[in-house]
Write a protein that binds this ligand. Structure first.
Ligand code: TGC
Ligand code: FAD
Length: 395
C-alpha cells in the first residue's frame, strides 16, 4: 500500500503532470519563503506591497495560463495550483493576483484589440502595470445587469467615449494603472479599458476603502468616473452584454475554487500541529480527543474532495468540455466548505485563536469574503438551481 498522506489524502498529486508539479513547487517555495514572512504586518496595517505583483510576474504567475504575450502558457490546473499556494498564505494575496490575471488580463486577452493586447499584456504579465476589474456598483452587486455606469459618445472629440458612474469594492483599484470597466452604452453592457495615465485630472478617482474586517492584505477601493474620456479603440469591440464580464469571472471563480482549498489546508496543518502540541487534562494532547479528531477528519475530507473536483473542472476546461455551472458548483462548494471548516478548526486553538500569530482567525475572516465575491454562494445556488430545473429564481 502507498500509505496514507494526511496532507494529500486522495493523492490528487497523481493527477498532475511533471510540469504542473514543478509549477506548484516553485509557487509553494515563493509563497512560504517570501509572502508568509510579510503577512502579519500587511494584514495588521492594511499594507499591500505592490512589488508582490512584480515578484509574481518574474516567476511567470500572472496570466500564467494565457498563451503568448510573455505569459507562461501553462495549463489551467497549473494556474489553479499557483492560486492554491498563494491562498495557503492569504486570500488577499490571491485576490491581488486573481484580479490581475483572471479578470484584467483575461478580459484584454479574450476581448481586446490586437493593439491593446500587444501593448498591455506583456507589461501586466510582468507586474509592471497593475490591473483591476470594475463590475460591482454601490447599488448593484449580485445583479450587475442593472448597473448604472454609462458610456456616451464624446460630444466634441471624435473617437472617444465619456464614462460616468461609480464602481465599488474593487480589488487593486487604488493602485491600478489599467482598469477594465463595464458600462452601458445605449443600454447595452460594454467593456472599456481605462488607462489611468491618460485620464485628465478630475475625471477619475480611485479612493481606497480602509478599515476592512477581512482581506486586509489586499487593497480595495472605488472607481469614480465623471465624464472620463476613453478612446473608442479601448472599448472591447465584439462583446456585448453580461457575457463579457462573466467570461472573465469563469476563469477567476475556478481559481478561487483551488485557492480556497489552499487556505483550508493551511488551517488543517496549523490546527493539527496545535492539537499535537497543546496538552489539557492529565498532560494529554488535544489530538488525542475524539471531538478534535472529528474536526480534523471533516476538514481533511472536504479539502481532498474539493481539490479533486477543482482539478477535474480545470481539466474539462482545457479539454473544451466546460459549462459555467460546473464552475459555480466548485466555487460554491469549496468556499462554503473552506469557511465552515476553518471556523470549526478555529475552536481547537481555544483563546489563542484570538492572537493573529496563530493565523487561523485571519483565514476565517478572509474566507467569508471569498464566499461572497465573484458571486455569493447563494447566487451560485440559484445558478445551479436554474440549470437543474430550467426555472430561474433570481427575480
Ligand atoms: P443571465 O441571463 O444569467 O446571463 C446574461 C448573459 O450572460 C451570459 N452568461 C455567461 N456567459 C459566460 N459565462 C458565464 N458564466 C455566464 N453566465 C451568464 C448568458 O449566456 C447571457 O448571455 P446572452 O448573450 O444571452 O445575453 O443574467 P442574469 O442577469 O440573470 O444573471 C444573474 C446572475 C445571478 C447569474 C449573475 O448576475 C451573477 O453571477 N451575479 C454575481 C455577480 C458577480 O459574480 N460579481 C462579481 C464581481 S467581480 C469580483 O467579485 C472580483 S473579486 C476578485 C478578487 O478579489 O479575487
Ligand atoms: P448583494 O447583491 O446586496 O447581496 C447581499 C446578500 O443577498 C448576499 O448574501 C446575496 O447572496 C443575497 N442575494 C442577493 N440577491 C439574491 C437573490 N435573488 N436571491 C437570494 N439571495 C440574494 N467586485 C468587482 O466588480 N471587482 C472586484 O475586484 C471586487 N473585489 C472585491 C473585494 C472585496 C474585499 C469585496 C468584499 C468585494 C469585492 N467585489 C468586487 C464585490 C463583490 O463581487 C460583491 O460584494 C458581491 O458580488 C456581492 O454583491 P453585494 O455586496 O452588492 O451584495
Amino acid at each position: 500500500s502507498a500509505g496514507f498522506n494526511w496532507e494529500d489524502p486522495l493523492l490528487s498529486s497523481e493527477l498532475y503532470t511533471e510540469e504542473e508539479l514543478a509549477v506548484q513547487d516553485t509557487a509553494r517555495q515563493y509563497c512560504q519563503e517570501r509572502l508568509l514572512p510579510r503577512i502579519l504586518d500587511a494584514y495588521r496595517n492594511e499594507n499591500y506591497d505592490r512589488k508582490i505583483l512584480e515578484e509574481m510576474g518574474e516567476l511567470g504567475f500572472l496570466g500564467a495560463n494565457i498563451e503568448g504575450y510573455d505569459c507562461a502558457g501553462v495549463s489551467t490546473v497549473a494556474y489553479g495550483l499557483i492560486t492554491k499556494e498563494v491562498e495557503r498564505v492569504d486570500s488577499g494575496y490571491r485576490s491581488g493576483m486573481s484580479v490581475q490575471s483572471s479578470l484584467a488580463m483575461t478580459g484584454i486577452y479574450k476581448f481586446g484589440t490586437q493593439e491593446l493586447k500587444e501593448r498591455l499584456l506583456p507589461q501586466l504579465a510582468k507586474g509592471k502595470l497593475v490591473g483591476c476589474f470594475g463590475l460591482t456598483e454601490p447599488n448593484h452587486g449580485s445583479d450587475p445587469g442593472s448597473m448604472e455606469t454609462v458610456a456616451k459618445e464624446h460630444p466634441t472629440k471624435k473617437g472617444y467615449y465619456l464614462l460616468s458612474g461609480t464602481k465599488t469594492w474593487i480589488t487593486n483599484s487604488p493602485i491600478a494603472d489599467v482598469m477594465i470597466v463595464w458600462a452601458k452604452l445605449d443600454g447595452k453592457i460594454r467593456g472599456f479599458v481605462i488607462e489611468r495615465s491618460k485620464c485628465p485630472l478630475g475625471t477619475l478617482e480611485t479612493p481606497a476603502l480602509k478599515n476592512k474586517t477581512a482581506l486586509r492584505a489586499s487593497i480595495t477601493g472605488m472607481i469614480q468616473m465623471d465624464n472620463c474620456p476613453v478612446p473608442a479603440d479601448n472599448m472591447f469591440p465584439d462583446v456585448e452584454g453580461l457575457k463579457g464580464p462573466f467570461t472573465c469571472l469563469n476563469s477567476a471563480r475556478l481559481g478561487i475554487a483551488f485557492g480556497a482549498m489552499g487556505a483550508l489546508e493551511d488551517c488543517i496543518d496549523r490546527a493539527r500541529t496545535y492539537a499535537l502540541e497543546r496538552k489539557q487534562f492529565k498532560g494529554k494532547p488535544l489530538a488525542r480527543y475524539q471531538l478534535v479528531q472529528k474536526k480534523l477528519a471533516d476538514a481533511a475530507t472536504d479539502a481532498a474532495f474539493g481539490t479533486l473536483a477543482a482539478t477535474q473542472v480545470a481539466r474539462l476546461k482545457d479539454a473544451g468540455k466546460l459549462s459555467p455551472e460546473m464552475i459555480s458548483m466548485v466555487k460554491r462548494q469549496n468556499t462554503d466548505r473552506a469557511l465552515a471548516n476553518a471556523r470549526i478548526l478555529q475552536e481547537i486553538f481555544g483563546g489563542n485563536a484570538a492572537s493573529d500569530e496563530y493565523h487561523i482567525g485571519r483565514h476565517v475572516a478572509n474566507l467569508f469574503v471569498v464566499q461572497t465575491y465573484e458571486g455569493q454562494s447563494d447566487i451560485h445556488t440559484l445558478i445551479l438551481g436554474r440549470a437543474i430545473t430550467g426555472v430561474q429564481a433570481f427575480v
